[in-house]
Design a protein around this ligand. Structure first.
Ligand SMILES: O=C(O)CCC(=O)C(=O)O
Ligand SMILES: [Fe+2]
Length: 321
């Protein structure tokens, strides 16, 4: 029982989620964890989470499956295409030679995972599919707890259902090849996330770094059975800047490859992201015009969008006078 939240200058906050203790929603422990979540999201936009609803065997079996997937020949991996831009296979990028990734749209739904996995393993791979689906489903429960806590903290309970119904889940699996050097090499360039919430789990090869509000880069080296939760730009926009969406990147050293999986809650097409009127006043003028995520992503992947330092601001930011 119990919970803890620690943070110091070079570590992001750590929050314990004990699934059984959190039920019923509204219990003493729920409120205690909720306050820790809000504080972490306001100050860092991220935290490390322990979540006992996910057995460590599920996490390790999923990560070994991901390793197996990336070991397939390139022509097989290239079969992972998706209707959504950049949800399929990405790799062999001259600026990020260590990075490869693949997306599983609607990864919390078994049939959807099986359809994608069939592209790589026509004979089927039931344990891979079950693990990906099961991990995604459990992480989606954590995603919902976090979003519920954030909205409750802002006194915006009436928007909770709308929020939960406005997203789909995408699991992106990643490999960062070993750079074979002790000089730090870029794994993934600095960015803010373009979805609502990201929950990351990786193998024991670290490399993730996040930027604090003061501009300092800190390493995120989570405990083996912990997850890393990061807020994306749409939640910053929806909360009119109350929550932070931190820049983060992956830097690699050494002789071991990093494997990771990220569950993203992605706004559905047609859902307009707009700060509720309760969060807009004289002291907090509206920061972003209402926008559709899918339309924004078209801009983000355009040449201008890719060059922008802060693409969401560039797309629909309102300069406060
Ligand atoms: O692999 C990681 O740890 C980071 C991945 C990430 O930031 C992303 O996919 O948006
Ligand atoms: Fe990210």
């Amino acid at each position: 029982m119990g919970s803890s939240c620690e943070s110091n200058n070079n570590r992001i906050p750590v929050i314990e989620f004990q699934n059984n203790d959190l039920i019923p929603i509204g219990s003493h422990i729920w409120h205690k964890v909720k306050d820790q979540v809000y504080l972490a999201l306001e100050n860092y936009g991220c935290f490390e989470a322990s979540f006992d609803a996910i057995p460590s065997e599920l996490k390790s079996a999923t990560l070994s499956g991901i390793e197996q997937l990336f070991n397939l020949p390139l022509e097989t991996k290239l079969k992972n295409t998706s209707k959504q831009p950049y949800h399929g296979y990405i790799g062999q990028h001259p600026m990020m030679p260590l990075y490869e990734s693949m997306g599983f749209d609607d990864a919390n739904i078994l049939e959807r995972v099986e359809t994608i996995a069939h592209q790589f393993w026509p004979q089927g791979n039931p344990s891979f599919c079950k693990n990906i689906q099961s991990l995604s489903e459990k992480l989606s429960e954590l995603d919902k707890i976090i979003r519920r806590m954030a909205l409750e903290s802002l006194g915006l309970n009436k928007y909770i259902d709308e929020h939960m119904e406005s997203t789909n889940y995408l699991l992106r699996v990643m490999k960062y090849a070993a750079p074979q050097t002790n000089h730090s090499q870029l794994g993934l360039s600095a960015h803010t996330d373009k979805n609502i919430v990201t929950i990351l789990c990786g193998n024991q090869v670290n490399g993730l770094q996040v930027q604090t509000k003061d501009g300092e880069w800190i390493e995120v080296n989570p405990e083996p059975d912990h997850f890393v939760v990061i807020i994306g730009d749409p939640l910053l926009a929806w909360t009119n800047g109350r929550l932070h969406s931190p820049k983060h990147r992956v830097m690699m050293t050494g002789n071991d490859a990093r494997y990771s999986a990220a569950l993203f809650s992605v706004p559905k097409a047609g859902y307009v992201i707009k700060a509720p009127e309760e969060l807009v006043d004289e002291e907090h003028p509206m920061l972003f015009k209402p926008y559709d995520h899918v339309e924004f992503m078209k801009f983000y992947y355009s040449e201008v969008g890719q060059r922008a330092e802060y693409s969401l601001k560039n797309y629909c930011g309102i300069d406060a006078v």
